[in-house]
Design a binder for this molecule. Sequence first.
Ligand code: ZN
Length: 198
Amino acid sequence: MPLSRHLDAAADAAGGNGLGSYGRCTPRVIRPSRPRLGRRGDIVTQPKMNVESFNLDHRTVAAPYIRVADHKTLPKGDTITKFDVRFTQPNEAHLEMPAVHSLEHLFAEHSRNRSNDVIDFSPMGCQTGFYLILQGTPEIDDVMSLVEGTLTDITTATEVPAANETQCGWGANHSLEAAQEVARGFLAARDQWSTVTR
Ligand code: ZN
């Protein structure tokens, strides 16, 4: 079932408004805030927000790319680094959910065969890429090698790890073939990964 229909069905089951047992009142309509986007670059004049990517002008990036999104130093002095691994051009194209989901499983498992520094690999809700979080402050070239090696491993995988109802929250929502096609496409653009802006 497509995600939208899945959510509609869940909403119907919860009483028709998607708010479950809390939703007996009139559903609230939440409209996204509308930053003033007169011309490219205007968004940087907006007040700085807490989330790094909310301060990124998505109109100026050039997917596919890999960039450092954020560093954090933890209370005991350890550092972690978050990378924006962007597969499709924001607001122009996105990945289908079964590909996103299977790529998440495949990368999470296979990357840890290559590195002990992987903390997390999670999809962006906009379905245009993933965040890769690594411990330390690795060199970007080493991160690109890790991504390249992991995606290469994925292209020859014979199954999606943990794609079942015991180990996953939506075990039917997977496609090995779609994930491999996305991986091959990203690998084919390897020489573009360092170019982050248009
Ligand atoms: Zn899953």
